[in-house]
Ligand binder design. Structure first.
Ligand code: ZN
Length: 352
């Protein structure tokens, strides 16, 4: 438990905005080095780790995709001492004012997101949230220094430090989707001690938040037999509706719907039931909004599953997850993989 928690803390503290994932990729690569047989970096920057199965070659394979890219901010211009910003990958602007950030300019600068007083912003209705176009980053330097050190296009990451709440809860930015990378890592740790016939491709994908691009290219390149996307889903929190949302700490969520192959869903459910691994079910009526879309339509189409980790306050700097849910997801993935053989997968077909 504590090893998973400290690895997740290390990952979420590292930068790695969509399209700029190298810093977090290096951390994951180091952690996976002892758990897989080989690692590659895809042309787009995804980390692909191969753990070979014990079946006779050519072996079937399963790809696990968890995205390592983070949402964040980017400098759009300089206004005297202050930086104008917009978002990379969808940020909730209501929670931005007052947030600590790190600016990756010519040097690394600490900053804070600030909002001007309502009455000084022309045309802004008092008491309503301001969009990112009205917010600034203050790095505490004079205009001439700011001009020397920061340019439009420089990246800004959330500076909120991870917080341990209660016994089992971790809160911080970028749990979406590094909680999933942590779950994949738990799975690899279990597989190290277990026998599995199929090859496993553990992939920390890039650019999910800006169009599922890492999963798309790795699913094409690696040609897995089956694909599993591991992502996060909205957990119940204060003021959320009861309908269709998962409980935090009550187990990972099995997705069902057109993006999920009925056979995959059925098998995951059966294995979880048999081993009494707690789970919840989410109906994903349309696009699952995850890497599973890219996995499903790769080449001629692949059977795909979505496993989600319940998370509160998505796309804010205080995304909140249960460590138990992450470890359960890792275990269920490992149990599914060790169950995979050539006979019991001979008749995979879409039946609903
Ligand atoms: Zn995500």
């Amino acid at each position: 438990m504590s090893e998973t928690k400290s690895f997740l803390k290390e990952m979420i503290t590292a930068p790695g905005l969509s399209g700029h994932e190298k810093p977090v990729r290096e951390i994951i690569e180091k952690r996976w080095a002892g758990l897989v047989d080989e690692t590659h970096v895809s042309p787009l920057g995804s980390l692909e780790g191969l753990k070979k199965g014990s079946g006779t070659a050519p072996r079937k394979s399963v790809m696990l995709a968890g995205h390592m890219d983070a949402i964040g901010l980017i400098v759009t211009g300089i206004n005297g001492e202050f930086l104008r910003i917009t978002d990379v990958g969808g940020v909730d602007p209501r929670v931005m004012p007052g947030q600590p950030v790190t600016v990756y300019g010519r040097e690394i600068l600490k900053g804070v997101v600030v909002q001007p007083p309502d009455r000084l912003v022309e045309g802004h209705p008092a008491g309503t949230p301001m969009g990112l176009d009205k917010l600034y980053v203050d790095v505490g330097l004079e205009a001439a220094e700011v001009a020397k050190k920061v340019r439009a296009g420089d990246l800004v990451t959330f500076g909120q430090m991870p917080l341990e709440l209660g016994d089992d809860i971790l809160s911080g930015h970028t749990m979406d989707d590094r909680a999933a990378v942590a779950a994949i890592t738990c799975c690899l740790e279990i597989l190290k001690k277990r026998f599995h016939q199929w090859d496993v491709w553990a992939v920390a994908t890039v650019q999910e938040e800006v169009g599922l691009k890492g999963a798309m290219t790795s699913a094409f390149g690696l040609e897995p037999t089956l694909g599993i996307a591991i992502d996060v889903t909205h957990a119940k929190g204060p003021g959320t509706s009861e309908k269709g949302i998962a409980d935090l700490g009550k187990g990972m969520v099995l997705g069902m719907g057109p993006n999920i192959h009925p056979w995959m869903y059925k098998k995951f459910k059966e294995i979880a039931d048999e081993l009494e691994i707690p789970y919840q079910v989410e109906m994903m009526a349309g696009h699952s909004g995850t890497d599973a879309y890219a996995l499903q339509v790769a080449r001629g189409g692949r059977p795909t599953m979505v496993l989600s980790i319940p998370l509160r306050y998505m796309h804010t700097p205080v995304e909140t997850v249960s460590m138990k849910d992450i470890e359960r997801a890792g275990r269920l993935l490992a149990e599914f993989i060790t169950w995979l053989g050539d006979e019991n997968t001979a008749d995979i077909r879409w039946e609903d």
